[in-house]
Design a protein around this ligand. Structure first.
Ligand code: SF4
Length: 315
């Protein structure tokens, strides 16, 4: 179970009694145990049962019913004194890095990871140093506050290493693909638990995106989507995109789902909300769902050679 003794002290310090709890999908099964433990300590917990994908998507709508919202699993974004962020760090054995060593072609490498492993970044730098490699880690940014941290919508920490070879330590393939597209560096992805290693190749993803751009060129009806989730809202960008095409209209949504886009029935959509919707979920949507820079290509104001991965906060 998630350790909550420090959390209990924090809640008592703030005289909070009604506690709203929000978990992302990977931690939701912990909700019952955390709520029960808080109840035993005299608190009145309530669990957000809605989907949650990141700190961009805070359950602020529960705040009228609670003294404080505790958001688990992510680093702070749009923090206020009524919101506590509880990151759940995950350890791994540093010698997992051994698997990556034969894949390095340079002595100086950039190092990035996800928030869950960011507490191990300096230990990784030291371990790699002892094994003959200089690992470069940069300070965080407002969206990724921990050193070396990347998010699915921000690869700033990778770009600012200036390295031409980057090690990504973490699970999943989306983040290292994003690192490669954002930096053009050679990217090595290491899963520190399975110790699986991959030299990342984003060319398949780019081919799929190229096909969507070509399909979108024929669309007569285009919806540019703005999210109402506070950490995903990009109104200025959406308005700039609308002005590029007289076929484009503005759509405002809380949750961008295949069913709702099917109901709207347009031939192409442009997403200014979470970038991962486009890269991870395109196959579920009924029409091309383009990133802002892909739409610029369709509108002829950007060339394919200037393709840019979509990031929030870099535009
Ligand atoms: S916008 Fe998407 S990638 Fe960025 S924090 Fe939110 S859910 Fe994660």
């Amino acid at each position: 179970m998630i350790p909550i003794s420090d959390l209990i002290s924090l809640l008592r310090d703030r005289n909070a009694r009604r506690i709203a709890l929000q978990f992302p999908a990977g931690l939701k099964r912990e909700a019952y145990a955390v709520a029960s433990a808080l109840k035993e300590q005299g608190f009145e917990p309530l669990i957000s049962g809605d989907p949650c994908y990141g700190a961009c998507d805070l359950a602020n709508d529960l705040l009228p019913y609670a003294d404080i919202l505790v958001h688990f699993g992510h680093t702070p974004l749009n923090a206020t004194e009524k919101i506590l962020f509880e990151l759940i760090p995950r350890d791994f054995a540093l010698n997992a890095l051994e698997t990556a060593l034969p894949f390095f072609t340079e002595k100086r490498i950039g190092l990035v990871t996800t928030a869950q492993h960011a507490h191990l970044v300096m230990a990784m730098v030291e371990w790699l140093g002892k094994n003959g490699f200089e690992a470069v880690v940069v300070e965080g940014s407002p969206r990724t506050p921990l050193p070396g941290q990347v998010l699915g919508c921000s690869f700033e920490s990778a770009r600012r290493t200036g390295a031409t070879e980057i090690l990504y330590v973490g699970t999943g393939l989306f983040h290292p693909l994003g690192v490669q597209l954002a930096t053009k560096a050679r990217v090595i992805a290491l899963d520190p638990f399975s110790r699986e290693i991959q030299v990342v190749d984003a060319s398949h993803l780019l081919r799929r995106r190229f096909a969507m751009i070509e399909k979108a060129r024929k669309a007569k009806t285009i919806g540019v989507i703005v999210s109402l989730k506070r950490g995903q809202q990009r109104w200025d960008l959406a308005r700039r995109l609308i002005a590029l095409s007289n076929r484009a209209v503005l759509i405002v949504m809380h949750d961008i789902t295949p069913d709702e886009l099917l109901n709207l029935g347009m031939e192409c959509y442009v997403n200014t909300a979470c970038p991962r919707l486009v890269y991870d979920d395109q196959s579920q949507f009924p029409a091309p769902l383009l990133t802002p820079s892909e739409f610029e290509i369709v509108c002829g104001v950007r060339s394919w050679d200037e393709y840019q991965i979509d990031e929030i906060g870099s535009q």
